[in-house]
Design a protein. Sequence first.
Length: 514
Amino acid sequence: MSIKSKLVDFFKRKDQVAEGGGEKAVAKQKAMGKLTARDRINALLDENSFFETDLFVKHACQDFNMDKKNLNADGVVTGTGTIFGLPVCVFAQDFTVAGGSLGLMHARKITKLMDHAISKGMPLIGINDSGGARIQEGVNSLAGYGEIFYRNTLASGVIPQISIILGPCAGGAVYSPALTDFVFVVDKISKMFITGPEVIKTVLGEEISMEDLGGARVQTDTTGNAHFFSNSELECFEQVRKLFLYIPWHNKKKADKIKTQPPQDKFDIEKVIPTDSKKPYDIRDVIRAISDDSDFFEIQEHWAQNIVIGFARFDGETVGIVGNQPLVMAGVLDVDSSDKAARFIRYCDAFNIPLLTLVDIPGYLPGVDQEHAGVIRHGAKILYSYSEATVPKITLILRKAYGGGYIAMCSRHLGADFVFAWPTAEIAVMGPEGAANIIFRNEINNSSDPEATRKQKVQEYSDKFANPYVAASNGHVDSVINPEETRDNILHALKVCANKKDTQIERKHGIAPF
Ligand code: HXC
């Protein structure tokens, strides 16, 4: 064959693979409002940066007439490209080819890419759109999943792993995204579940649509499996790119500093928190009032809203924020908010992102439901993750810091490097009303005017503990600060902690309560 005909043959082969599952399947994909696998990758990455690999991989199944089928690229497009000029590994399952189902060679394309990402310190982005294990390949497809899960675990805390769900992601297949750091879903397009509606109908006799079982809204609002919700695929890719502005490329790096501006307005405490300490406010207003560019990139915005997590910047540097949200359930800690915060704290710690904790918490949520749902076990996760975190830990107590909540929200006792408190802080075992009712019960009951005595005792307890000065006099708070100087104090603390080295007792790993 001449060189020219070899080239013609090469381009013909390439074009054929690029057709995916053929015109009809591609039209069906588009009719569902979905982009094709390669279009998705091109929309996500920097323009013209995608370098596809393993284009000519073929499936290895001989059964059920599969030997006669040529599944282009074996239903998954893999390769490398760049985001903001930096290299990333990306795969996109191609639903037009056998429903994006995962056979052994399909899985091997993914695991080869994962090995590449781990050894070169590149983020891994997976776009999932698949009918799950390729039924014709039997246990070989299960083996493929196992090999992916294994690498997800090895890569955890080493490189960022991002999952984008753009179609079905069913059965055990959901466990790869669940092992990754951030899961993105798109309204009406993403579907995640372990057992589908048909199985549920057969086993339990209950009817439910795929959307109601595991659609994008369910995964962001109810289960907390997904971290980001978008209305379209293109909006989703923009969100993924935005995330990359805040995180480092691997665990030996810090996130790049970015040129930013201080917030425009001078901080005024009276504009962000109400005078009456029982009234709620939005903790995000405080974050935006002190962060660079008044920017806050919130994560898991729609789930466990009684705690807020996300990234902000101080002097251009990424900081992970964990804040109680007085607007929702008075900002208590419960099962879900403990899980949400604990996982985020571990992410920040693994990727060298300092933590800023904003405290306004009445305590852990009381109740039979919470006790039976395991608030002890889940609540322990937040204690564990703050205690083990070695990144700079800065805490600001804004208002209430009561009971276990005081300890759990990155107190000095869990290793905070700086604990600041506003003059509005109230640091005590519990709120004055509850405390007075317990410790002065006899005096109140035996008084000629129990209500007046109760009020007097509440005031007595309040005067003693509903302030930051007892904690400050014991050194549990480093500094009671002028709220106007909040940002300056945080910037100073970050500067002081820039070269923090925290040594840990040698061990293989702890036994985190998860
Ligand atoms: C092989 C599959 C497939 C699969 C879909 N296809 N899923 N082929 N193995 N798992 C093929 C279809 O046969 C069809 O081929 C093409 O993909 C498109 O599928 P449609 O059914 O036409 O698409 P749609 O109507 O959009 O329905 C999508 C779907 C449905 C809801 C995902 O295909 C479906 O229910 N698939 C099976 C899902 C499933 O039970 N998977 C196994 C889960 S268990 P043709 O040739 O007709 O175009 C699992 C275990 C993993 O994953 C464990 C890991 C630990």
